[in-house]
Design a protein around this ligand. Sequence first.
Ligand SMILES: [Zn+2]
Length: 407
Amino acid sequence: MKHSPVANIEFIKQVNTASVYRLIDEQKQISRVDLAKLSELAPASITKMTRQLMAAGLIKEVAQQASTGGRPAISLTCEIDPFIFLSCKLGRNNLTIALHDIAGTKLTDYRVALDSDPNNDVVPFLLAQITDFISANINPDKQHLIAIAVTSPGLIDRESGTIVYLPKHNLKDIPLAKLLTEEFNVPAYIANHTQALSLAELYFGAAQDCQDSVLLSVHDGVGSGIINNGKIFTNYNNQVGEIGHIRIDPLGLPCHCGSHGCLETIASNEAILKQIKGLIKQGHETCLSPENLTIEAICTAANNGDELAVQVLLRVSKLLGQAIAIIVNLFNPQKVLIKGEIVAAKALIFPMIEHTVQQHALGSFVPNLVINEAKFQNEPSMAGVALVRKALLEGSLLNYIIHEHDA
Ligand SMILES: [Zn+2]
């Protein structure tokens, strides 16, 4: 991208201000002198930037008693009130809307079932639900809405804020971020849910200590979010890491993608339920009943030694391990995190996954690899929280808040 000289200066200012804000956020409390040292920016610039951040209410001064006694030193710290944002997950069957403060803490949330009729337009429903949520939960005198994030499955162009393709809700080329900004007059961020969740693990979860990680999500399908050098790995086509469609069994069941034997046909929740039901029908002994069968019940049965549940989950883990080995060979991550209800049988599944990865992945990539459960198993709004965090720390959202104050 080519900037004009003036635009360039503005952009550099934005990046520098963001790095100052990031340092204050990381250090919790820091003096202007230390800020200048750590940021390697001139003390005069620090004075100017911190004044701007303070005027916008994003940081405040606190007195910190010097260890040598005497006059308390003045430190800077990030301000949380009154900034809040919405994080929504537009799922296949449910919509979750959550209210978070600028630090990411959840204040309240709300969940509603989505109409299963794909001909009913989900976008007006989403906008109406957000409107209702705002009037029920936000006090405009005390709270200041700074952003709205929406994550969903499907193909999403983060840069342009467009839902490119979301077959479950019959959505194609919907400029959702633009619609949200027009309706609610705040910046809006949208992304694929699993990709955004992998960023949440990096910022707040189990991947905070690494630069390269992979989140594998086992749900109705099997998906992945890849973090490479601290950033979501993506490309021009916006769609990468379709681990669910790695062919694991060439003679396997047909997949909705048109192929056969994809990982998703064996290792997704839907596929696991189908396998167990089929085996019960064939007369295999188990404590499980085919009625109201859930992944939770299967994991409990497996944990209690039910042979059928154990065997099915071991096979699933082995095939997940084979697919993970391919990802490991391609990306050599420091961590692979697994999200999904099957994690309830972790004592059974992790040893099998690790064993299979050891057998199938490149020997030199395995010794330092950690395979573990993801932190955010049941907190869908954390995906959107990560998107807002990214916009704040990289400067665009920070810039919006500062200039909104100027206006
Ligand atoms: Zn497939």
